[in-house]
Write a protein that binds this ligand. Structure first.
Ligand code: MG
Length: 242
């Protein structure tokens, strides 16, 4: 399928979390002494050279994270938020857009980050993991679509119809959503993966998420945001980075 024009307005915008809204890969931060091995597996899953299912359980079984370690990832997501993330979510919400996060990351820290971004639990799709009574990792939700390739596409395809939808992400599982959405936008402010960019309807290379404004909003919507003091900095930043 030839690439399409992003063609805003959109009624719904879904974001990947790791390396899109936050600069980190949460699972890599849990890696401790296994970090190099975990990073290599994540990288291969995100560029599509290994199926996500092969990587998912393997990384967790290697790390066996403690509940309190997993909880700290929420704070790391916040500390490493991509510039403009919270402002962009606020801008989308103020124009009445539905905003979602679809992440192959762990649900507890992604929800912590989502709340900081101004979203609620129900806006988050991510993977549950379980702990024993001592707070040690036992298992993960092996039935979640988000632990395998094509899972994000399935979730997007299953959402109520009738909303023009964009998906923003950096990984191969994000690019897979393109047949279920009206536009797939590849954000390369953190990670650059040619395998993902080639499937994108738009590629945004700016260091901050403000660079998404011209892709996600019509000129008229951008004017509206620019007239609102709450969003003026975001709009100014977008024009500086353009
Ligand atoms: Mg990502």
């Amino acid at each position: 399928m030839p690439n399409r024009q992003p063609n805003p307005p959109f009624d719904r915008v879904a974001f990947d979390c790791d390396s899109t809204l936050s600069r980190i890969e949460g699972i890599d931060e849990l890696g401790r002494e296994h970090r190099a091995e975990i990073e290599a597996l994540t990288q291969r899953a995100m560029n599509g050279s290994l199926p996500l299912t092969e990587v998912y359980g393997k990384r967790l079984a290697t790390i066996r994270p403690l509940r309190n370690e997993v909880a700290t990832i929420g704070r790391l997501y916040i500390e490493n938020a991509v510039p403009g993330a919270r402002e962009l979510v606020a801008a989308l919400r103020s124009l009445g857009k539905e905003v979602l996060i679809l992440s192959g990351g762990l649900r507890m820290p992604v929800v912590t980050f989502a709340q900081w971004l101004g979203l609620r639990d129900e806006h988050v799709h991510a993977v549950q993991i379980s702990f024993d009574g001592d707070g040690r990792y036992t298992t993960y939700d092996t039935k979640s679509p988000l632990v395998r390739n094509d899972g994000k596409r399935e979730i997007m395809a299953g959402l109520p119809e009738g909303k023009r939808t964009a998906f923003v992400g950096d990984g191969i599982t994000d690019a897979e959503t393109r047949t279920a959405v009206d536009a797939f936008v590849c954000f390369r402010g953190v990670a650059r993966r040619p395998e993902v960019a080639e499937h994108a309807d738009a590629v945004v290379d700016t260091p901050s998420l403000a660079g998404l404004l011209p892709v996600l909003f019509t000129a008229q919507e951008q004017d509206r945001l620019g007239r609102d003091p709450r969003h003026r900095d975001l709009v100014r930043r977008a024009s500086l980075e353009a």
